[in-house]
Design a protein around this ligand. Structure first.
Ligand SMILES: *Cc1c(COP(=O)(O)O)cnc(C)c1O
Length: 389
């Protein structure tokens, strides 16, 4: 079996082969779907390492090994959704712990922290992660055990300097957790920048076809992996084998999909940034993005997510129904282009003052640029902008 160390093979090669060797029993080139809940034992205590499928499933193990390799961590843990993955990571905490989290997180993550985890005696400080002094002054020595961030953020496409935050976190004996959903490991590998745990909603770019809900966590070091393995089995929010099998199918094309998402998004962002009906275009690949230099340093791609400011609720509403190729829907990262209105859809649970401070206005529209022909997507946007102005 070749050594799929990143020193030996590139990302695309590893996405196809790491964790996905031909099946030793039959030679099947595709990892089999082990749709089973339990395993026959030869005698009491005599088994092949597989007892019960919440604890062990070969299809899930293959998917976890694949992601551990791509994110360059020591082990991966799959969950039934991105939120279940985040919830499992938060179970590393104890009552009385303090967490510093980004002010512009995914709305569902904010809701989990604010409405569920606070009740268990976990404290949160919500800060602007680009303001390193604010992060440092939020630290409560001995109590702050975790810094939690996303980069790029949803929907303003702000970046977190992962290397800088990792050093702030480690100076305070805290863990740095990065939600890498928007970039995917193709475009960013937080563990190589110093993060301790990276997690994803696999529902998005990893799954990539808008046909599954799943989540994955990768740990950098073994002692954290041991705790996550225990939590995954003890709390039990595992995905079914079918989701793992679909994720394995999808991960093989992650590179080609991400290349096309990015090529299309770059062209669309350039077009939008020149269009008179659009007041602002947020995309880290644009030279005008305030953190474009950081994006080039810490990312190996810019992804396929763009937000545009149309100026008013009326225009945003009209735009979302005038586009024909962009489907109005929640979610992102699939091969088909989607449009969404964060204020009324994904970010409904963020308090109004916080939303406005972040620039998540009623006129803001988010595009998940798919892998259709970019000329068709640009014509569609141009026609919709004509129709609303
Ligand atoms: C969608 C999303 C989540 C939640 O994932 P689910 O699979 O929907 O549970 C978490 N973080 C980010 C950045 C997301 O986009």
């Amino acid at each position: 079996m070749p050594n799929y160390d990143p020193q030996h093979f590139g990302f695309s090669t590893r996405a196809i082969h790491a964790g996905q060797e031909p099946d030793p029993l039959t030679g099947a080139v595709t990892v089999p779907l082990y749709q089973t809940s339990t395993y026959a034992q030869e005698g009491i205590g005599q088994h092949k390492g597989f007892e019960y499928a919440r604890t062990q499933n070969p299809t899930r193990f293959a998917w976890e090994a694949s992601m551990a390799n791509l994110e360059q961590g020591c082990a991966g843990f799959a969950f039934g959704s991105g939120m279940a993955a985040i919830d499992a990571v938060m179970r590393l905490l104890s009552s009385g712990d303090h967490v510093i989290c980004a002010e512009d997180m995914y709305g569902g993550t904010f809701r989990l922290f604010d409405k569920v985890l606070k009740r268990y005696g976990i404290e949160f400080s919500v800060v602007d992660m680009t303001n390193h002094d604010a992060v440092k002054s939020a630290i409560q020595p001995g109590k702050t055990t975790m810094i939690y961030t996303e980069s790029p953020t949803n929907p303003m496409m702000k970046l977190t300097d992962i290397t800088a935050l990792a050093s702030i976190a480690h100076d305070a004996h805290s863990l740095l957790i990065v939600d890498n959903t928007f970039a995917s490991p193709y475009a960013q590998k937080p563990i190589t920048l110093g993060a301790d745990i990276v997690l994803h909603s696999a529902t998005k770019y990893l799954g990539g076809h808008s046909d599954l809900v799943s989540g994955i966590v990768v740990a950098k070091e073994e002692h954290i992996a041991d705790q996550l393995r225990f939590i995954q089995n003890a709390a039990g929010a595992v995905p079914g084998p079918m989701e793992c099998w679909l994720c394995l199918r999808s991960i093989k094309t992650l590179s080609v999909r991400m290349k096309q998402h990015e090529e299309n998004a770059k062209a669309i962002a350039a077009f939008c940034s020149q269009h008179p009906a659009i007041q602002a275009t947020h995309y880290p690949g644009l030279p005008t993005h305030p953190q474009h230099v950081l994006a080039k340093q810490q990312m190996t791609g810019f992804g396929g997510m763009i937000s545009i400011e149309l100026g008013s609720l009326e225009k945003a509403k009209a735009f979302t129904t005038s586009v024909k190729l962009f489907t109005l829907a929640e979610s992102l990262g699939g091969v088909e282009s989607l449009v969404c209105h964060p204020v009324s859809m994904t970010h409904g649970s963020i308090p109004k003052e916080q939303r406005e401070r972040l620039g998540i206005t009623e006129g803001l529209v988010r595009l998940s640029v798919g892998i259709e022909d970019k000329e068709d997507l640009m014509t569609d946007i141009a026609n919709a902008l004509d129709a609303i102005s």
